[in-house]
Design a protein around this ligand. Sequence first.
Ligand code: SF4
Length: 453
Amino acid sequence: MLDLTPKTVTERGALRVNPCKTCQPVGALYAALGVHKCMPHSHGSQGCVSYHRTFLTRHFKEPAIAASSSFTEGASVFGGGPNLRTAVKNIFDIYNPDIIAVHTTCLSETIGDDLNSYILEMSLPDDKTVVHSNTPSYVGSHITGYANMLSGFIRYLADAHAAGNGKTAVFPGFVNPGDIREIKRMLELLGLSFIVFPDQSGVMDAPMTNTYQMYPEGGTTIDEIRALGGCARVLSLGRFSCEAPADALEKKCGVPYVSLPLPIGVAATDEFVMAAAGPDGSVPGELDDERGRLLDLMLDANPYFYNKTLAVFGDPDTVLGLTAFTLELGMKPKYVITGTPGDAFVRQARAVLDRFGIVDAKVKAAADLFELHQWIKNEPVDLLLGTSYGKQIAKAEDIPMVRAGFPVLDRYGHSYMPIVGYQGAMRLAELVANALMDRQDRDCADEDMDVVM
Ligand code: SF4
């Protein structure tokens, strides 16, 4: 279906074709789903929230709940305050969450609705809370919206006078529930007392029980968000998705943070483990063993990785992690793009590539998959690594593809399986090796088709 993509690249200032991102409220909604008994609320028209919910549901294969202020012409002209007041009353009456997390949309941002005032003027039932964040979609991406919503929770709830609890707060980045489970498992092995915020595990991968639970067991509790103010430190994983909320917590409550990359691959996981382990640096043998097994796999399969070129695309933190890991595998990232705007991505990706002596890779933020396809038409790669939206390029150019990141809409099971930590890296290495070896089997002569590699 993309056979007509032209080879000649024309620089485009404003137009994006097949953008490598989605809109801020999608990230805000996902952040809110990581809070226990929280109803995400979209302050805008019903069409927006239908899209956002559908998008998340398709990735996680789980219902993504959210309510809407249901703007029509009247609210669009005179403001959405009355709609929000009615919505908040109805949501607490009918759905009974502990907290409503409101995010704005393009429409409510454009007319200038003042959510702060609306919420301050509301009379809420006892023990019920409403927070908000501004998420205009003409700025940033779903990653920006995710960071903004986390900052919103902190602004409203984190308690600057909370008693010191000595805990480590971990902001896990825009990752799947399976990744959060893996991060928590590693923290437990390291013997840490911690709060993970947000925590979509147990919400967006809740077990089938035969009974629909609007609010599954998982999620960071409101008390835990309040207690963030009393934590000893924050480990913020993913500079684009979590540095801003970590900064907001430090400014409000004085909790220092360490900003780390997503722990994808060997070096980034080492960095996470050493930061989490604290000053004495002791690491349990189980994690040492996992690391050793990962290195063993990487060495065994190295002939299949070595010098293979690839394109990496998706969210900035994930792409930086995947790029670093494929370099560790001996591969050569040729194209590294994200749809999220910002020069910081280009600088950080260049720094990762420089560490491995790669100077000729094309790196771009605010990029789209149309242009990536054009680059590939001019100079092909051996593998695509990224979101489902690369599959048309894979088909048009007959290139093997491994799906990773967000969204993965056309496969199952990915949201349960980690790509972070040493175990996640083993899974990634297996996926990449198998994709390359499947291609080799498909293309080789019959006499070279062997069952032993
Ligand atoms: S109008 Fe804005 S908020 Fe609504 S779906 Fe479109 S980009 Fe997202």
